[in-house]
Every structure is written in C-alpha cells, then in structure tokens.
Design a protein around this ligand. Structure first.
Ligand code: RP5
Length: 433
C-alpha cells in the first residue's frame, strides 16, 4: 500500500482507474463529477487532498473535449485545496496530434457537422469511406513494385512535387493572397500598405479559391492544451506513446512518456506463431521509427508503406496511393502504429499487404480510439487481428469486434505512479527493449 497519495479518476476510464488503484493497494478518491443542465462540468473533491501527492487519471478517448475540461477543473480544484503536487495521468494524450499543422500531419479526419446527412458522409465525417472497405472501387495501388526501386521512384516523385511546390517563383497575386491568408500580420500589411493591390483586387480576393496544395491557417491546439494543463496547476504529466514525442518539449513541467512497446513485443513473442519469420510493417513513413525500434530489437525484418502523393487535405490523404517497400509474400505482416482512430490507415494497409501476398495481417496499436464506424471497418477488412491496449476503455469495442484483443496497461501506470511518488527513476519503464 502506498501512503499519502490520492488517485482521482475522471469519467473517461473508471475501469483503468480501479485497476491502477488495485495495483497500488488504495481506493480511488471520492469525487463527484457531474454536469449542470446547460452542460457545464462540475467537480467536487469529497476528501481532503491537503499536502497530498495527487494523481488524476483521465484519458483522451470518447468525449474528449468534456474529459479535457473535467481534467482541468479537477487539477485546479486539487491545487486550490492545497494538494502538494498534482500529476495528470493521460494514458492517451488528447490533442497530441495537433501539436503542428494538422493538414500537414496525418491527423484524424476533421469532423464537419455541416456534412452530416450528405451523400457519402458517415456520422458527419469528411470522408466517404464505407465500413466495408475504404474507397471501394478505387485501386489502392497500381503497378506496385516491391523493393528499393519502388521507394526510390516514389521518393523521387514526392521530392519533385515538393520541389515544384516550394521552388522560388516570381510572386503572383495568387501567392501573395495565399501568404496573406496564412499570416495575420501579412494579411494586415497587404491591406494597409499595398492599398492598390488590396483595393483593386478585393473582389478577386473574396472569390479566392485555394490552389491544390494550399495549406490553410489552422489552430495549433496542442500548444494550447499543454498551456492549459500547466495553467490549471499540473506539476507533472504521465502519458504513453505520444503521437509525436517532441510534444514533450511544449511543456515546462516534467512529462514522462511511457512506452507501450514492451507490451506489443510480448504479445508478438507469445501469440504470433513463427513470429521470427513475420515482418514488421509501418503503415506510413511517420511511424517508421516506432516500428523499426520493435523490428530491430527483436531481430525481425521491416517493411514500409509509402504514400506516393503528399496529401495536403484529409480528402487527399484518403486518396493517396500506397506503395509497399519490402517483401511480405507468404509471411505474417505485423502493422505497428501509435493509434487507430477511424482505422482507415490500418485497414487500407492490410488490404495492400494481402494484395502483396501476406498470409496474415495483424495490427498492433497502442491506442485503440476506434471512433465512428472504425469497428465495422475492421470487421469487414483484410485484418486478421487487431491488438490494442486499454489506454482507452475497450469494453464496448470488444463486444462488437471479434478480431479485437486488448492488452492491460494498468500495471504500467501504477508502477509509474508508485515510482514518481517515491522519487524513484521511472526510466526503467521506457528504456527497456
Ligand atoms: O487512420 P486513422 O485510424 O483515422 O488514424 C490513425 C493514423 O493517424 C495518425 O495520426 C496515426 O499515427 C495513425 O497512423
């Protein structure tokens, strides 16, 4: 039993809170989490936290915005009630995919409520994939080549496109307008200092249509979320498999980013027949480091799925042609990713891998968000098995997806909490391979 410690569970994942408390040998703290009828969150800590070391467990799945606000209010309540130290434990860190410009990263499809009900929209998502197979009728790759040759061709093409996109050109009105839209400062200077441009072209600017590849000015919410947590009073963050590990640098408080990797490796060794002959696959270039870390440490081969065209919008991303670099024929392919949200990435990758001759396809993913119709998509896909951890509640998913298996993370977080509380090093939890 750990003393002088208080563990508070948010509404996102009571089961994980209970598991962590069981490992620590303490009951979860009494809190009243409720809502006013207008929808505002109300938090009442029903026991003293004065001078205590408080850990608040709240994950990023489900009603992610409500959970975030609830976490912020709970942190603030504990600080106001004189807690000695408050640690936010976020098994899945919310908004960590938005630490940079989402259109340029492979973020979750953005939801536009105005699309709901339109033909092709599913629960309002901005893409038209169906549960059965994303982009039915659209071949995922044409003239697919394996090996280095295909990677070289693909990369050369991508570089050429990027080069063309950024090569210095004589500024055109369109490029000025594009720059102006991206930068509020430049926008002002165009209007104020270049009045002739501004006045003579205002009607054209109003009817400006972004050219392909135009990058919209979007909020970088990850930074804001980091600031909000710190402002609320968090002294420390514990999380797992951050989408972008560099996100830790957004905080000026300690962030411990635990690895789900050991759990995934153990699953491979204990559950995948003939695993040494299987091949680890990253479904995109962004996840290559994560996947190669597993492949290298287990002495396994590695393949990469390369998206041929650099998508600039979610809709483009859905259509990007995928190329496999590596040979999966007659082998078990193991996709490794940090998260599955719509499951579009892993189901499309599985389809390609089967087309390329893989005998079985597993997807091993730390965070099984599985929002919207993700489960239906997995059920109808070429995936043989999807393995996720319970950083997010999986009970409902398990009931609907016979291909799903869930790995427990409660003991990892409990051990991290115990070590932080006692001032012990927790590097042992993320340095072993
Ligand atoms: O395709 P879905 O499941 O929506 O999104 C998951 C992908 O989006 C990325 O940020 C993740 O790293 C993963 O590759």
């Amino acid at each position: 039993m750990v003393r002088n410690i208080v563990v508070i569970g948010g509404t996102s994942h009571p089961r994980l809170t209970q598991t962590i408390c069981n490992f620590l040998g303490i009951p979860p703290a009494e809190v009243l989490l409720s809502k006013f009828s207008v929808g505002e969150t109300r938090v009442e800590i029903q026991e003293s936290v004065r001078g205590k070391d408080v850990y608040i467990i709240q994950s990023g799945g489900g009603k992610v915005n409500d959970h975030l606000i609830e976490l912020l209010i709970t942190i603030s309540a504990c600080k106001t009630a004189s807690a000695r130290r408050v640690t936010a434990v976020l098994p899945l860190f919310p908004y960590s995919r938005q630490s940079d410009i989402p259109y340029n990263k492979t973020g979750a499809p953005l939801v536009k409520s105005s699309l709901a009900g339109r033909p092709g929209s599913v629960n309002g998502y901005t893409f038209e994939s169906t549960p059965s197979t994303p982009h039915p009728g659209k071949p995922e790759s044409t003239n697919i080549m394996n090996g280095v040759e295909s990677l070289q061709k693909g990369l050369a093409k991508a570089q050429l496109e990027e080069f063309n996109g950024i090569s210095p050109k004589k500024p055109t009105l369109e490029s000025l307008k594009s720059d102006a839209s991206r930068s509020p400062v430049l926008n002002g200077s165009l209007n104020d200092d270049n009045a002739s441009v501004s006045s003579s072209t205002s009607s054209k600017i109003n009817s400006f249509q972004p050219r392909p590849g135009y990058r919209q000015w979007v909020a970088q919410a990850g930074t804001l979320v980091a600031d909000l947590l710190t402002s609320a009073g968090a002294d420390h963050i514990i999380t797992m498999d951050l989408h972008d590990p560099q996100y830790q640098g957004f905080f000026d408080i300690p962030v411990d980013n635990l690895y789900g990797r050991p759990l995934l490796k153990r699953y491979i060794q204990q559950n995948i027949p003939n695993w040494k002959n299987a091949i680890i696959v990253s479904p995109d270039a962004g996840g290559a480091k994560r996947a190669t870390a597993i492949a290298d440490s287990m002495g396994m081969e590695f393949a990469l799925i390369h998206k041929e065209r650099r998508p600039t919008k979610i809709t483009d991303r859905q259509n990007a042609t995928m190329m496999l670099v590596g040979d999966v024929r007659d082998r078990t392919a193991i996709l490794i990713d940090d998260l599955a949200d719509t499951s579009n990435t892993i189901t499309r990758a599985a389809k390609l891998l089967k087309k390329e001759g893989a005998s079985k396809v597993y997807a091993l993913v730390t965070h099984g968000i599985l929002s919207g119709d993700a489960i239906d998509r997995i059920n109808a896909s070429a995936l043989d098995k999807v393995v996720v951890t319970n950083t997010i509640e999986q009970a409902e998913h398990l009931g609907r997806c016979p291909k799903l298996e869930v790995l427990e993370v409660g003991h990892v977080f409990a051990e991290a909490i115990r070590r932080v509380h006692h001032g012990e090093s927790i590097s042992v939890l993320f340095q072993y391979d």
